[in-house]
Design a protein around this ligand. Structure first.
Ligand code: RIB
Ligand code: CA
Length: 323
């Protein structure tokens, strides 16, 4: 499948990029960068840094939005390090991003594509995708689907917030953009904290040991960019790689459709993804004359954590199928 990967590279975005480049199911036609974890100046440099570290020099990178659509940008260097890559010393890049802005690239690629040819995978705030959809709403007819790492839907016990008690960072950073994407009419699938924070699906010390001994550049990248978080909390959540996994290994997941609203309130409720989980509305809504609230999206409601980790580690170490 042809993929445009939209990232706010960040430590887990780096692992999503690595997984995408190592997945034969994916033809990566471009990477677009956005402000989120750190400013887009850094996420753009980091995205090229990661590609060059992995020896990938034929995938173009397009710089995108420097701030969310409405509110101010609030970065999280305390999570991803001052450089956004865990201050892990990954060499600075030789090449630069392309001159064309990210949203323009997205619109142009979709315009010239056949219907259903391109899948968009977004692992940062949805600002670039929203701008592209505002620039040219008709691209919806061309998009195969949009896979979003984002949201906390309460469909599992892990589906609480991270940046606030109820809101997940990517949606919290630009909820107006998320609302535009969710309501665009495109098929949207969300990988939220409900599954990415499942304790059976996070990297732990024993996984790092396997990576350390593997000799692959992607494994070395993973060991380096996860080191800070591993030392601080003893685990590393694979939020963004899990969005790539949903694209290439959907059998690792269960997904369910819900109507979802995005809160545009101020404060802790901002960016809350409210799934309409009222069973009586789902089953009796027609009879009761009650319509579910929000836009219909597909939500990952379960992940086979051990199989996901095996899949991730096999691909990153290059040992897939070499049991
Ligand atoms: O909430 C986790 C998400 O926010 C991940 O995409 C991480 O990289 C940050 O962007
Ligand atoms: Ca991210």
């Amino acid at each position: 499948m042809k993929v445009i990967l939209d990232v706010d590279t960040g430590t887990d975005d780096a692992l999503a990029i690595a997984l995408a480049t190592l997945s034969p199911e994916i033809e990566l036609i471009g990477l677009t960068t956005v402000s989120g974890n750190v400013h887009v100046d850094k996420t753009s440099v980091n995205t090229v840094r990661v590609l060059e570290f992995l020896g990938v020099d034929d995938v173009p990178v397009f710089r995108g939005a420097a701030k969310p659509l409405v509110k101010e940008l609030r970065t999280v260097e305390w999570v991803h390090g001052s450089d956004g890559l865990g201050d892990s010393g990954i060499p600075m890049p030789r090449r630069k991003p392309e001159d064309k802005p990210a949203a323009e690239f997205i619109v142009e690629e979709l315009r010239k594509s056949s219907p259903g040819e391109i899948t968009l995978i977004a692992t940062g705030p949805l600002t670039n995708l929203a701008i592209a959809l505002l620039l040219e709403p008709r691209i919806v007819e061309k998009i195969q689907k949009i896979i979003v790492m984002g949201g906390a839907f309460g469909v599992t016990p892990h589906g609480t917030g991270n940046i606030t008690p109820v809101s997940e960072f990517n949606i919290y950073t630009d909820p107006e953009a998320a609302k535009i994407v969710f309501e665009s009419g495109a098929k949207v699938s969300c990988v939220g904290l409900d599954v990415t924070m499942n304790p059976s699906a996070v990297l732990r010390a024993e996984h790092i040991d396997r990576l350390r001994g593997s000799g692959s550049k992607a494994a070395e990248l993973a060991v380096r960019v996860t080191r800070g978080m591993m030392e601080r909390v003893g685990f590393f959540a694979l939020h963004d790689p899990m969005a790539v996994a949903l694209a290439v290994k959907p059998e690792l997941f269960k997904t369910e459709e819900y109507y979802v609203q995005v809160s545009l309130e101020e404060g802790d409720l901002r960016g809350q993804t409210i799934a309409d989980r009222r069973w009586f509305v789902r089953e009796l809504g027609e009879k009761l004359g009650i319509k579910p609230r929000g836009a219909k999206v597909s939500i990952a409601s379960w992940v086979d954590g051990p199989r996901f980790l095996r899949f991730f580690l096999d691909r990153i170490t290059g040992h897939e199928g070499k049991e």
